[in-house]
Design a protein around this ligand. Structure first.
Ligand SMILES: NC(=O)c1ccc[n+]([C@@H]2O[C@H](COP(=O)([O-])OP(=O)(O)OC[C@H]3O[C@@H](n4cnc5c(N)ncnc54)[C@H](OP(=O)(O)O)[C@@H]3O)[C@@H](O)[C@H]2O)c1
Length: 334
């Protein structure tokens, strides 16, 4: 029997593996206009945590319900089809769920993929997938980096953060990554290529650490964390700084924290802007070509942590949320 991972209960505070359960789910029956995928790679994305809470749901996504397979972005191959746009054998990515088989109609961020033969397929759920698109759109469309800018990235050791750091460095910027542990900070410099890294472990006072590492102020802050981290960065901006609001992971499991440094945006003539990567779907083919080329010429490396089998999905998600993983967290199903 095919398996899926369902929401067992709405998480309260820190996510636990016990918030999820593996369930036997019969393979779906094909309907006119639909197709069935056998899924091979599940992308673990921190952003979905916000829609797991009881009563969650907003203009972007519906909240997840107990007993339903957990929403996610997934890569699969069409194995049955009653939709001429998606014949059998098509590789697709789609916003579907932590499940081995999906019934899809081509809507909801679903797109056929033409993966390059010389690049690993799983990368199309990582650096060449929504993660890479998010990093690229946030950095280039919203942040607009200039050579020699000081670029600070929060959650720098995660999926989006590792890609942003490399793209900004390649654009001629000085890059500073923020992370949890001293060990992860060292890895950011030694392996990912950040110019400097600040850890909460070694530098609990972030503002002082930013003043030390970026004495002239931050030109571009790429924020995945929100709350106190965002507030400290707002307190140390260079003139005409840009703040890219990509995510707010520090706020997904706790009550939101106040941001009090708004006056700094005025005196520094700064611009702060949020974005959703999915709004840039018409640009994905060009962005993908750019990311593929960077991977081929070695200027962009992928840092993935792969888990094998659907039973590992809950563990993988918790590891990612709690900073135990590095780079992109993926579950490979076959
Ligand atoms: N706007 C969009 O379109 C879009 C699309 C995709 C993702 N996102 C957002 O981008 C961010 C990164 O997502 P991702 O999927 O790439 O996840 P990720 O960065 O791979 O994983 C999350 C990381 O956040 C850090 N973290 C966790 N709790 C934290 C806390 N309380 N304070 C500071 N850091 C904390 C941890 O790393 P450390 O050990 O380094 O602290 C953890 O590994 C998320 O906020 C997500 O919502 C936005």
């Amino acid at each position: 029997m095919p398996k899926a991972v369902v929401l067992h209960k709405h998480p309260e505070g820190t996510i636990q593996e016990s918030d999820f359960a593996v369930a036997d789910i019969p393979r779906p029956a094909l309907k006119e206009g639909f197709f069935i995928t056998r899924n091979s790679v599940i992308s673990l994305d921190a952003g979905f945590r916000a829609w797991m809470n009881a009563g969650a749901g907003d203009n972007y996504l519906q909240g997840m319900q107990i007993g339903d397979p957990v929403q996610s972005i997934v890569l699969g191959e069409v194995v049955e089809s009653a939709n001429s746009d998606y014949p059998v054998g098509t590789i697709v990515n789609a916003r579907t769920a932590w499940e081995e088989y999906s019934l899809l109609d081509g809507s909801d961020l679903c797109a056929p993929l033409e993966p390059a033969a010389d690049l690993p397929l799983a990368e199309y759920m990582a650096t060449l997938g929504p993660t890479g698109m998010t990093a690229w759109v946030g950095l280039f469309e919203i942040g607009k980096p200039q050579a020699n800018d000081v670029v600070v990235v929060s959650a720098a050791g995660g999926a989006v953060g590792t890609v942003v750091g490399q793209l900004a460095k390649a654009a001629g910027c000085r890059t500073i990554g923020l992370t949890s542990s001293a060990e992860k900070a060292q890895w950011l410099v030694d392996s990912v290529g950040f110019d400097a890294a600040i850890s909460r472990e070694s530098d609990p006072d972030l503002l002082t650490a930013l003043q030390r590492e970026a004495p002239e102020g931050i030109d571009l802050f790429f924020d995945n964390v929100g709350g106190a981290v965002l507030n400290d960065a707002m307190g140390h901006l260079a003139e005409n700084a840009r703040l890219v609001l990509c995510g707010a992971i520090s706020q997904y499991e706790t009550a939101p924290q106040a941001v009090t440094n708004c006056w700094e945006l005025i005196t520094k003539r700064a611009r702060m802007e949020g974005f959703m990567f999915s709004d840039y779907a018409d640009q994905f083919p060009n962005i993908l070509a750019d990311l593929e080329q960077r991977m081929r010429d070695g200027t962009l490396k992928s840092f993935d942590q792969q888990y094998l089998g659907i039973e590992k999905t809950a563990q993988a998600f918790c590891d990612m949320m709690q900073g135990r993983s590095r780079g992109k967290c993926l579950v490979v199903l076959e």
